[in-house]
Ligand binder design. Structure first.
Ligand code: NAI
Length: 386
């Protein structure tokens, strides 16, 4: 069938298999152009199918020659419904990896569950022996516990309600968005879903099953961002979860110190992904950030961020971290000149002049690319097998 984009708000309900494949191919080509990185041999990527996780897997495999096991939560096609982009991305990743003789296995299921942890552990035992690097790149809306309790994450403030300029993704107008405060239960639930507990449980399960190498490394991704997004992001419910994630990095390094396990947080740049498009206020900031960073020639997408992380930072030791022990991949985003320019533009931006201050086209380009659309070299008129 001919697959076309069907956009509803911040989500597209279709994905193009050939476009997704091309997207993965382009990312692989970019990583290869950087030359070899020092990634160790066996890598587990939890949240491997889109965004930062997919880019990490590509950097590990095609930059470091690593064997990779990936965990994702994606839907295959059914009838006339296309699969989710992460499903197509992963199929493409595996076929490119096979072509180069690289081991790649992907497990589709709920990473929070013990069942999936057991499936992964068995695969490591049977195929690889031990894992040297665990990348934790989950962005999930909910978590189901072993006893059936479901925690749902929310994107709210933790104090008072917050009103700020926001991009209405339906028509690219600037509107005032008000974000309501969360209840204590909602904060707690968001921490359960997006905090560090499950990361810790993964490391514990791998260590107890003796499938984690001595001196293994693990990295999880975080975001801090500028003040204008703090009430909704860093000081909001999601930020509470990220602070919890940061605490767990310390706890993992401490509790597994006998094995020499080192847990790192990499604070990444803000980018359009399926997860971030859902946050109010943030898409406008991202579009303005794109504008300024592109103008200065320092814009990076997921693969450029992860290429730099794997080549220059992750394996370079403590010298590459800030005073809190975190790797700052947001160094260019947070540069004073960049933030000052955005702050000035933020005061001015309205529906009438939005294209002058915000890279609306760039925002939507990234958005469509995520679902395999509007990618150069892909013939969208063709009938494709979904
Ligand atoms: P994404 O939505 O592109 O990727 C999420 C991944 O998690 C996908 O592979 C998905 O299949 C997987 N997943 C979701 N629920 C799952 C489940 N229950 N079981 C197994 N797999 C599951 O998200 P993105 O943006 O790449 O986020 C990854 C991490 O990077 C998150 O921790 C996010 O907070 C962080 N980050 C994102 C930034 C951004 O601007 N997008 C900036 C800095 C950090």
């Amino acid at each position: 069938m001919v697959v076309e984009p069907k956009v509803k708000g911040f989500i597209c309900t279709t994905a193009h298999p050939n476009g997704c494949k091309e997207n993965v191919k382009n990312q692989i080509q970019y990583i290869k152009s950087l030359g070899k990185n020092d990634c160790p041999k066996n890598v587990l990527v939890i949240g491997c199918s889109t965004g930062y996780g997919l880019a990490s897997r590509i950097a590990a495999a095609f930059g470091g020659g690593a064997n990779t096991i990936g965990v994702m939560y994606e839907k295959p096609a059914s009838g006339k419904r296309t699969a989710t982009p992460g499903y197509y991305n992963t199929e493409a990743f595996e076929s490119f990896a096979r072509e180069e003789g690289l081991y790649a296995k992907s497990i589709n299921g709920d990473a929070f569950s013990q069942e999936i942890k057991d499936v992964v552990i068995n695969s490591i035992r049977e195929d690889l022996g031990k894992i040297d690097l665990v990348v934790y790149s989950l962005a999930a809306p909910r978590r189901t516990m072993a006893d059936g309790t479901i925690y749902q994450s929310v994107l709210k403030t933790t104090g008072e309600s917050y009103t700020q300029k926001s991009l209405n993704l339906k028509d690219n107008t600037i509107v005032d968005a008000t974000v309501e405060p969360a209840t204590e239960e909602e904060i707690e639930a968001t921490v359960k879903v997006m905090g560090g507990e499950d990361w810790y449980e993964w490391i514990k399960a791998l260590s107890e099953a003796d499938v984690l190498s001595d001196n293994a490394m693990t990295v999880a991704y975080s975001y801090i961002g500028p003040e204008v997004t703090h009430p909704i992001y860093y000081d909001g419910t999601i930020g509470a979860a990220k602070k919890n994630l940061h605490e767990y990095a310390g706890k993992i390094s401490e509790d597994f110190s006998k094995k020499g396990v080192k847990a790192r947080i990499s604070v990444n740049k803000g980018l359009v992904t399926q997860a971030s498009a859902a946050i109010p206020v943030v898409p406008l900031y991202f579009a303005m950030l794109y504008k300024v960073m592109k103008k200065k020639g320092i814009h990076e997408d997921c693969i450029r961020q992860m290429g730099r992380l794997f080549r220059d930072k992750l394996f370079a030791g403590d010298a590459q971290t800030d005073e809190n022990g975190m790797i700052r991949m947001d160094d260019l985003e947070m540069r004073e000149d960049v933030q000052q320019e955005i702050q000035n533009a933020w005061k001015e931006v309205t529906t009438e002049n939005v294209k002058e201050y915000a890279d609306i086209d760039g925002y939507w380009e990234d958005f469509y690319h995520m679902f395999g659309f509007k990618i150069e070299g892909v013939d969208y008129r063709l009938d494709v097998e979904v």
